[in-house]
Design a protein around this ligand. Sequence first.
Ligand code: NDP
Length: 281
Amino acid sequence: MILDGKALSEKRLEILKEQIEDAGLYPHLATVLVGQDPASQMYVRMKHRACERVGIGSVGIELPAEATTQEVLAAVNRLNNDCDIAGILVQLPLPARVDTERVIEAVLPAKDVDGFHPTNLGKLFSGHPAFVPCTPQGIMTILAEYGIETEGKNAVVVGRSVDVGRPMAALLLNANATVTICHSKTQNLPAIMRQADILVSAIGRANFVRADMVKEGAVVVDVGINHDENGKLCGDVDFEAVKEKASAITPVPGGVGPMTIATLMENTFRAARANSCTRVL
Ligand code: NDP
């Protein structure tokens, strides 16, 4: 079974558009982009396009690559205090000279639609999630949509980043899976991966996950966005070989990626609904 994240995201965006209309709200998402990294610029454009599609207004704050931490913090603070802004997304990575932790912590947790603020991550890990990082939340939506049971399953998450691996593990744990988190220092990684009923790969290496690392019938979720030796977009998983062994698998492109953006839109709507701040005209 191919887990079609593209089709699911289309469906979710259509539903969301109706919900936003019905709620009579016009939520706004603000993006903060520092510098001119082409990949970051592309991601921000994609997010703004998704906003437009569902009836969310978007505000793009662009700062030069030389911006200081103070300047980025000032931009975030202005957005925190702007009643019209429901959600704030700081596009990562920030240039090395900017203190990323301070910037993430400056975003009001109630506007933190990326779910990276320590308050939101803490809530997730304590089993009472508020805003959850979009990529792992989108993966949980895919699993639920396709009726993939998590309770009691062995889930192995390869990668321990704050944006994907760690929150993914917390979500699977909250959903009653037995979770193992692996990383670059893990020993006997293939043997651990072969134990997985649900295998999530968030490493960032083309064709890292081979068929001999996957248990027969496993559900395989490929988060990676890489390019192969021919420059073609691919995930972490050797898709053609692994799909013969897996019971279900996400493709790249068209799997996890589109669901990340759909989840961002859903989080923004949620933030707007919870926003008690009323603008005085
Ligand atoms: P990071 O680079 O932050 O994390 C990568 C993780 O993989 C680290 O924990 C690292 O271990 C681990 N790792 C690296 N090499 C190995 C190895 N050989 N064996 C075991 N573990 C290894 O990346 P992200 O989590 O941000 O992203 C991962 C991938 O997912 C990237 O390709 C990224 O582009 C993609 N991505 C896709 C999204 C989507 O929407 N589809 C969204 C976000 C990311 P250690 O901690 O020890 O260094």
